[in-house]
Design a protein around this ligand. Structure first.
Ligand code: FE
Length: 428
């Protein structure tokens, strides 16, 4: 039998995690523990897509690869999907870090014009070119740590011009960087200083001016809002999300992160695709998410970074049938690019098993940003976004932490990271 010639073969994986079967609907409950792993697995890639997956022997007998990668002794799995980042910002907040260690709360810092508002001042000053240049380096770091698709929120402009600049940066990054970047408009990230005491006017600006313009220019897929005490209340959040929906931006919501305001219930009411954070969500809220299949995007690195000593109740959510995803919440107060450390936190603090955490960081995360048809699992027909990990099995992803275990990254069928380093002129 002549073997079909393809661009790339990955062979001899000690464990090949496929996560197959979850492209239509996110995994829930016990399904989250089934990674559909193949021992001594292999896969064939052609024109950027997976054409076959199975035991190495079988793949080898059917295909001949122009390039062959030997994954002996290693874990092979889908690229991480990070469904929640505030990717584009200028400056840093290292000074405020010390205040936080001494006990200042997030909202106290915000009230003094720090936090988000400081980053807004710096981001407004930065040029589009500067933002793109900074973020390319961030995406390099994410990619070398295994993230192949990332959602990116605007929200450090807080005026039409500033928000458009950030979304334009995201568009350019998606074009010129190997990582796929999915844009979310989050003009309702904070009330800008010039609108202090006039939050209603700002909500009107976001709903009636920013959203229609951004939708018209097709600069975002989703609309997010920070629904929180002292930021945007339920009514204001509802107004913004409904306006987004009317203009074709699917709702997402930062809900019940610092207090129980009821954002989780609001997500069910407006038909959100996902709810983010959820540290203080009510049981009724969780039941509503389970009923509607709305994804809970949990961000344990944010709880850790804010030193909250409180984490989302992932076990309860999984037991109730809520589809759970994990993300970094990469932003200047939670500066973390690695989904590997998020998995380590999820295992220890959310009491998720490594298998559940991997499901949450791949296929379920892809659902949270509407990309599960293309990425998040290794199946014939899907994009070849593949990690080769220096670990004999998937348990190591939760178990070992603090180092980068990713050896190689294949993005759209092209080897882009080797020995944990970016390849500048990748060829296949
Ligand atoms: Fe966030």
């Amino acid at each position: 039998m002549t073997r079909r010639k393809v661009d790339l073969l990955v062979l001899n994986a000690e464990e090949l995690v496929t996560l197959k079967g979850g492209s239509k609907k996110p995994f829930t409950g016990k399904q989250m523990t089934n990674l559909e792993a193949i021992r001594h697995g292999g896969l064939a890639v052609d024109h950027g897509k997976i054409v076959a997956i199975g035991k190495t022997q079988k793949i080898r007998s059917r295909f001949e690869g122009k390039q062959v990668i030997d994954a002996s002794g290693k874990l092979v799995m889908p690229g991480f999907v990070d469904p929640h980042t505030h990717l584009v910002f200028a400056g840093s907040r290292d000074k405020e870090f010390e205040l936080r260690i001494k006990g200042a709360s997030y909202l106290e810092i915000l009230k003094k014009g720090g936090g988000i508002l400081q980053t807004v001042r710096e981001t407004r000053k930065a040029s589009l070119g500067q933002l793109v240049e900074t973020c390319e380096k961030t995406l390099d770091t994410m990619l070398t740590h295994g993230t192949t698709t990332v959602e990116a929120k605007s929200g450090y402009g807080l005026c039409l011009k500033g928000e458009m600049k950030i979304l334009e940066a995201i568009k350019r990054l998606n074009r010129q960087h190997p990582v796929s970047v999915v844009p979310t408009f989050m003009g309702a990230h904070a009330v800008p200083q010039e609108y202090e005491g006039r939050a209603e006017d700002y909500v009107e600006l976001v709903s009636d001016e920013m959203i229609p313009k951004i939708a018209e220019k097709k600069l975002a897929k989703f609309c997010d809002v920070f629904c929180e005490k002292g930021v945007f209340n339920l009514e204001q959040s509802r107004k913004i999300l409904q306006s987004g929906k009317k203009h074709g931006l699917a709702p997402k919501i930062h809900a019940d992160e610092l207090s129980r305001l009821g954002g989780t219930e609001l997500a069910a009411e407006v038909g959100a695709i996902s709810v983010e954070h959820m540290i203080f969500s009510s049981e009724d809220g969780l039941k509503a998410l389970a009923k509607h299949g709305i994804i809970a995007v949990l961000l344990p690195a944010a709880s850790f970074s804010l030193m909250m000593n409180r984490y989302a109740e992932a076990r309860k959510m999984i037991d109730l049938g809520v589809p759970v995803a994990l993300g970094t919440d990469y932003n200047p107060s939670c500066w973390v690019e690695s989904m590997q450390i998020v998995i380590a936190f999820a295992c220890r603090e959310l009491k998720m098993s490594p298998a559940e955490a991997i499901t949450a960081a791949t296929i379920n995360a892809a659902h949270a940003i509407g990309r599960a048809g293309e990425v998040g699992s290794l199946e014939a027909g899907k994009r070849a976004d593949v990690l080769i990990v220096n670990a004999p099995n998937h348990n190591f992803l939760g178990y070992r932490f603090g180092i980068n275990m990713v050896d190689k990254v294949i993005k759209n069928g092209v080897l882009v990271v080797e020995q944990g380093k970016m390849l500048r002129n990748p060829t296949n």
